[in-house]
Design a protein around this ligand. Sequence first.
Ligand SMILES: N[C@@H](CCC(=O)N[C@@H](CS)C(=O)NCC(=O)O)C(=O)O
Length: 221
Amino acid sequence: MARLVLVIANKAYSSWSMRGWLALKATGEPFDEVVIPLDRPDTRERILRYSPSAKVPVLVDGDVRVWESLAIGEYLAEKFPAARLWPEEIKARALARAVSAEMHAGFMPLRRTMPMNCRVTYEARPIKDPELAADIARIEALWADCRTRFGSGGPYLFGRYTLADAMFAPVVNRFTTYQVPVSAVTAAYMKAIHAHPHVAEWVAGAQAETVRIDKYEAAPN
Ligand SMILES: N[C@@H](CCC(=O)N[C@@H](CS)C(=O)NCC(=O)O)C(=O)O
């Protein structure tokens, strides 16, 4: 079998890359990383060599290319069933897929207003934008719902760590970076995500990066 390759962008800034990378790490399979920095004159052309969408992450498995973070997770879940990337129980799996798809498709105000930069922490500020507040409330509610219904076996959304956690880990980073005030249930979940060895490895990789892109480094107004 050809060695898997995951094409990603800057670890500090690329939340979608983080999702694909966490999904692949969760399989336990060895893989090579290709890092293409964002915001360079040749970024698009370099990504297009791997992904027709001109976006990362993209997984290369021999002659198979899978782009879109959620599709990467689904492909890996099928290819490596022993890794148990989704919950086994059908009701839990349905909810895990629903909240992962909701993350993949939504939360635009959060994504726009609180871009990921997992190297920094900003001073806490009041959240005045009602759309942003609604996104945060919805995320806290859905995390609490998963934890209450299916989380009894461990500290993650479905007890043990699954693709749903990989999809939300960058949101945990954002809540920490922007010091979002959260409930005790959310704070406990965030602590578990930050302590997960794969998340810690990604953040360590971000801290080791030397590239800085001004527009992602600027503190929020
Ligand atoms: N829906 C896509 C989003 C991918 C995406 O937007 N990736 C950004 C980096 S986080 C990208 O490749 N941007 C390319 C560019 O800015 O040139 C996914 O789930 O993978």
